[in-house]
Ligand binder design. Structure first.
Ligand SMILES: NC(=O)c1ccc[n+]([C@@H]2O[C@H](COP(=O)([O-])OP(=O)(O)OC[C@H]3O[C@@H](n4cnc5c(N)ncnc54)[C@H](OP(=O)(O)O)[C@@H]3O)[C@@H](O)[C@H]2O)c1
Length: 339
């Protein structure tokens, strides 16, 4: 359990990555009560430093022994590191908020989006999981609709940016775009095919039934966070040549009929949501609108007339912020509120 303190010793594991970098800035931006910040990454980052409140903080090499004295560790260094090091961190008395998929579906580990299920935080036994980026932005918008009209089924198609794969994928899109514009040959490295000027209906690995692991994460995590295993979810996840922010087309069937105006009103009053929906003025959320923002943007709200109680919405959010780093820091803020 976390001790009540004025300031905490906080670690960011995977600090040099796309999400880790964002975590450090968000801790600074939101003035999280940090007594000391410890940064960890691999041997590749030895000798690097990162700026925090105007001071250079050294990046240390991650080992099992580093966690002594650390109160809260935000993990963002991939599932294998989380599986290997999170138990050692917990043994040292540290609370882990993990961004990887390693612990999300463990029944002993709460999976938390603070706008939706903050009450689950207190059930933790040392590890709290941060959901998948596409799931987070979807459940923030689904939650008020589910509370008002009970969601029966969700059909989602995602348009996910390359920063969702990390810093090497950001470089890959940048380099491929520049190479193509300069008539140079393109070699895929991070993705199995060229991502520049294309899109890949393939995120994470394929499973025997033809779905990808990313799609199954959206199915299982949505049920766990909303606390309702009866909701049917099916997903198609697509990587698009966008640097930052994920977009989603979501079709929702509810038990009770909701008009598009009722959905607009519900979402306008929902925590963490901005309704951006004025088609007559060509206003709808786009990835460029959400970059660097904290909220989940919702637009294109309309009834699906092909079914009895259907609604279509379009959801956009910054995957590195609400989809990862911000959600983790918000969990840490809730954690210290109740310490
Ligand atoms: N990107 C997103 O939108 C997003 C959203 C939700 C969850 N996540 C999850 O967050 C995690 C990190 O993602 P990312 O996008 O930030 O990836 P990334 O940009 O590739 O960064 C990976 C980080 O992990 C560190 N790392 C790798 N191997 C390590 C090792 N053996 N020991 C210690 N540190 C090691 C890297 O350090 P070096 O710099 O030293 O290599 C780097 O700091 C992943 O689990 C991912 O699934 C990402």
């Amino acid at each position: 359990m976390l001790k009540n303190k004025d300031r905490y010793i906080v670690a960011v594991v995977g600090a040099t990555g796309a999400v880790g970098n964002e975590m450090v800035s968000i801790l600074e931006e939101r003035r999280f009560p940090v007594e000391q910040l410890r940064l960890f990454a691999s041997e590749r980052s030895e000798g690097k430093t990162m700026d925090f409140h105007g001071k250079e903080v050294p990046v240390e090499i991650l080992t099992e022994k580093v966690f002594k004295g650390i109160d809260i560790a935000l993990f963002s260094a991939g599932g294998d590191r989380s599986k290997e090091y999170a138990p050692a961190a917990v043994k040292s008395g540290c609370i882990v908020i993990d961004n990887s998929s390693a612990w999300r579906m463990d029944p002993e580990v709460p999976l938390v989006v603070p706008e939706v299920n903050p009450y689950d935080i207190k059930k933790h036994k040392g590890i709290i999981a941060n959901p998948n980026c596409s799931t987070i932005q979807m459940v923030v918008a689904l939650n008020p609709i589910h509370k008002a009209a009970k969601i029966k089924r969700v059909v989602v198609t995602t348009f996910q940016s390359v920063s969702g794969t990390g810093k090497n994928a950001i470089d890959e899109l940048l380099n491929q775009t520049s190479d193509i514009l300069n008539f140079k040959e393109v070699k895929p490295n991070v993705y199995p095919h060229q991502i520049a000027f294309s899109c890949l209906p393939h995120i994470d690995s394929f499973m025997e039934d033809g779905y990808t692991k990313e799609e199954i994460k959206m199915v299982n995590e949505t049920k766990k966070i909303l606390g309702d295993s009866s909701i049917k979810v099916t997903a198609t996840t697509v990587r698009v040549p966008v640097f930052r922010s994920h977009s989603e087309s979501v079709n929702i069937e509810t038990d009770k009929k909701l008009s598009s105006n009722e959905v607009r009103a519900l979402l306008s009053g929902a925590s963490g949501v901005i309704v951006y929906d004025a088609p007559d003025k060509n206003l709808y959320p786009m990835p460029i609108d959400a970059v660097g923002k904290d909220e989940v943007y919702v637009g294109r709200i309309r009834e699906d007339n092909s079914v009895k109680n259907g609604i279509n919405i379009w959801i956009v959010s910054d995957n590195l912020r609400k989809g990862a780093a911000l959600n983790a820091v918000q969990i840490a803020e809730k954690l210290i509120e109740t310490a």
